[in-house]
Design a protein around this ligand. Structure first.
Ligand code: ADP
Ligand code: ZN
Length: 742
């Protein structure tokens, strides 16, 4: 425990809630924010791993106000620094930045102001640390906290390694007494360990939250004519900002051109453009002038725009991590946003052929595997949210998420036992005959009786399963295979080529002819991507308001922003405007109640917006709205009146009561193990009297109790890691449910 900082008492921490309202205009902390702030103010090194939009910036900005000295923030992107400083200044906080974009005279002035203690926060670029005698300046400026933003940039394991970040360890050497706060939205254990090691953090408090983004709705749509589909979608949302991700620069250009020709304010963004044009386009997007940006993955890092309402992937992303990150750029403000992936098997084949050009075998292997995982996501018939979270090692214990295509419109369940038997036995026969495993492609070739070189070479035309699946096209067999793998009946190995083998469960299913029920997405339902339009208002995160007034307020905001040469969200976020447009405040007291309105913004913008509200009310009736919807963690749409539990949970519960194991129920119902465990956990949380002994031993219970008590977060991953992975997620989740029920 360090005590070197000036603040040794908790008093400054006690001022945080009042300042939260006074300066930033918020009534409540978001999850973990307060805990992170308190740990840091108590002098601890802290690591905060929270997803995009969780409100990481506030975790150091608010404490900076109660510290007597300076908080220094290391931030990798020059554009973002200015943005953050603009936002802080708009809230009345003395903040500034130093980077290579400043001319010499401005630099000198900033140093002077820093010397005189004018600022609470200073943003700098990492390369600055080693420039001149910068480190010694920090002492003069009475630095009380060092913040490393985007801390994953320090790790070569991360997706955005920046060598300059490695120099940050000198911060600790030069100023050992100053607590460090590291923030990132990248949570892999390797990156986390790297951050702690490289920054030389001392017994840091580590805070990890769920990576779920409740306000993002996920949808996978069969791709037909991408440009037309995108146009349909975007034209139904003329006022909304969106990002269309394309694979190639050419693709991005032609998509933008097409949309412009249809009268839509679209621009392109990719690494092949001239820097000036790129900056110009980015600016136009951020300032709400160009509503749509058609981009390659080069676009995104450093975009702080909170009101991106949709992200469409016109082509299959290369991996799930990239997909999560890119979709994560939607809905930072917490309002509902849509993530749409246009998917076709043809795309998959095309991408696979691109991979053949990779010369490094290791890299090729990895890329292939990642692409397979992406396809598995696209073809999953279960909850997309659960799938994404599982990919990052987190469980989704709530069952139906109520905000993805598969949860909103579950496909029909149908009996696939016969097909599954054919496929599983084909896998089995091949491995028996050849003593090696093959991939789905070859298995499907054998099933449809294809006469390929490999079939002939290995003599697979003599197998009893050769040609027993002629009734289905090859692609359908591959898709069925992926679904069986999702059910845990087969597994895809991690070696050179993704090869398939049967799991014990799969062997058992084959031997005992266990019924296999699979879900098929209803085809007609998925044809168009703009169908969600009608139901938008009910989405998680939405704030109902007077849309006419909202539009007017946006115009007022744009004018004020342009006059100050800042993006509109620096004036107010869409969240604030929506609250104004549902509460119609016309007096300062009422206006102060709007989230995002602090004292400075009330003084600077209040009159203008209140005048706008009055003017609106003089010509339009006031509308009434019911309580705002808070983003649900789980949808309880289908609940029955008698028990409050969804019918799907009741079904699981009744099977469990008859003595079926979780694995048996999963198999019988055609769900994954985690889904069934989630059902049971939910039932337990709601007070269903089940016996803990049915799930784990008393010894395991004790270990879990200790582990849960020792971590700061209710998330399962930290507990799982604490127990070195010796107790699986299913048990942890059930245990947590029993704790919650108590
Ligand atoms: P991150 O850096 O984690 O992606 P940001 O710091 O950009 O997230 O915050 C996302 C949005 O949430 C911002 O618009 C911010 O003003 C808002 N926000 C942060 N904390 C709160 C809070 N306690 N209450 C309401 N809004 C908040
Ligand atoms: Zn879902």
């Amino acid at each position: 425990m360090q005590t070197g900082v000036h603040i040794t008492q908790n008093e400054p921490a006690e001022r945080l809630p009042a300042l939260l309202k006074q300066v930033f205009g918020y009534d409540h902390f978001r999850p973990l924010q307060h805990e992170i702030m308190r740990a840091s103010l108590a002098g601890k090194d802290t690591v905060a791993i929270l997803p995009t939009g969780a409100g990481k910036s506030l975790c150091y900005q608010l404490p900076a106000l109660v510290r007597t000295g300076l908080t220094v923030v290391i931030s990798p992107l020059i554009a973002l620094m200015k943005d953050q400083v603009d936002q802080l200044e708009a809230a009345g906080v003395a903040a500034t930045f130093l980077n290579s974009s400043l001319d010499a005279a401005t630099q000198r002035q900033r140093f002077k102001d820093l010397n005189s203690g004018k600022f609470k926060l200073l943003y700098i670029a990492p390369e600055r640390i080693l420039l001149g005698d910068f480190l010694s300046h920090l002492a003069r400026w009475q630095v009380e906290a060092l913040v490393v933003d985007e801390a994953h940039c320090i790790s070569e394991w991360g997706h955005d390694f920046r060598p300059d970040y490695r120099n940050l360890n000198q911060l600790r050497t030069a100023h050992p007494e100053v607590p460090i706060i590291a923030l990132t939205a990248t949570a892999t254990p390797q990156v986390r360990a790297d951050i702690i090691g490289q920054l030389r953090l001392r017994a840091p408090s580590v805070f990890i939250s769920s990576f779920n983004r409740p306000n993002l709705g996920y949808r996978v749509v069969p791709k037909s004519k991408a440009a037309k589909q995108v146009w349909e979608f975007a034209s139904a949302r003329a006022d909304d900002s969106g990002i269309i991700y394309c694979q190639s620069r050419k693709g991005a250009e032609s998509m933008a051109t097409m949309l412009r020709e249809q009268g839509m304010p679209a621009i392109a963004y990719h690494a092949g453009m001239e820097p000036e044009e790129r900056t110009k386009n980015q600016e136009a997007f951020i300032r709400d002038e160009a509503r749509i940006v058609c981009a390659t993955v080069a676009f995104g890092m450093g975009i702080n725009k909170p009101n991106v309402r949709y992200v469409i992937h016109a082509e299959l992303p290369k991996n799930v991590e990239g997909y999560y990150q890119q979709t994560g750029r939607a809905g930072r403000d917490g309002l509902a946003a849509e993530c749409i992936l246009l998917f076709s098997r043809g795309d998959m084949v095309k991408q696979k052929s691109f991979l053949e050009e990779i010369t490094d075998e290791q890299a090729k292997k990895l890329a292939r595997r990642q692409l397979e995982q992406m396809a598995a996501f696209a073809e999953d018939v279960g909850c997309r949210r659960a799938h994404l979270l599982r990919y990052f090692g987190e469980e989704w214990p709530h069952g139906n998420c109520g905000n993805c295509d598969n949860c909103l419109e579950p496909g029909e369940t149908h009996d696939c036992t016969l097909e599954a038997q054919k496929l599983l036995s084909c896998v089995y026969r091949i491995s028996q005959k050849s003593r090696f495993s093959v991939g789905w492609q070859h298995i499907a070739d054998v099933l449809v009786g294809a006469n390929t070189e490999r079939v002939r070479k290995w003599g697979h035309e003599t197998l009893t399963t050769y040609g027993i699946g002629k009734e289905k096209p090859k692609e359908e067999w591959i898709s069925l295979g992926r679904q069986l793998a999702q059910l845990g009946l087969a597994e895809v190995g991690a070696d050179d080529f993704p090869t398939v083998s049967l799991t014990d469960q799969g062997m058992k299913a084959l031997r005992e002819r266990t019924p296999v029920l699979l879900t098929r997405r209803p085809k007609a339902q998925t044809a168009t991507i703009s169908q969600t339009q009608g139901t938008r208002a009910a989405k998680a995160g939405d704030i109902q308001c007077d849309d006419g007034l909202f539009a007017k307020l946006r115009l007022i905001r744009k004018k004020l922003a342009d006059a100050r040469n800042v993006p509109p969200y620096v004036v107010f976020s869409d969240v604030s405007l929506r609250h104004i447009a549902r509460n119609y405040p016309t007096k300062p007291n009422g206006f102060l109640k709007i989230p995002g309105v602090g004292e400075k913004k009330l003084a600077e913008f209040g009159d203008t917006f209140m005048a706008g509200v009055k003017e609106w009310l003089s010509a339009n009736p006031r509308q009434e709205f019911s309580e705002p919807k808070t983003p649900p963690t789980a949808a309880k749409k289908k609940s029955t009146a008698s028990s409050g539990l969804a019918s799907t949970i009741l079904e699981t519960l009744s099977l469990f009561r008859t003595g079926d194991s979780i694995a048996e129920i999963a198999l019988a119902r055609g769900f994954s193990l985690p889904t069934i465990e989630g059902h049971l956990a939910q039932a337990i949380e709601q007070g269903e009297p089940l016996d803990p002994a049915a799930f784990y031993t008393p010894q395991e219970a004790e270990r879990m109790r200790v582990a849960f008590a020792s971590v700061d977060s209710p998330a399962l991953t930290p507990v799982f890691e604490k127990l070195s992975g010796e107790i699986n997620y299913g048990k942890l989740r059930i245990f947590r449910a029993f704790m919650q029920a108590q």
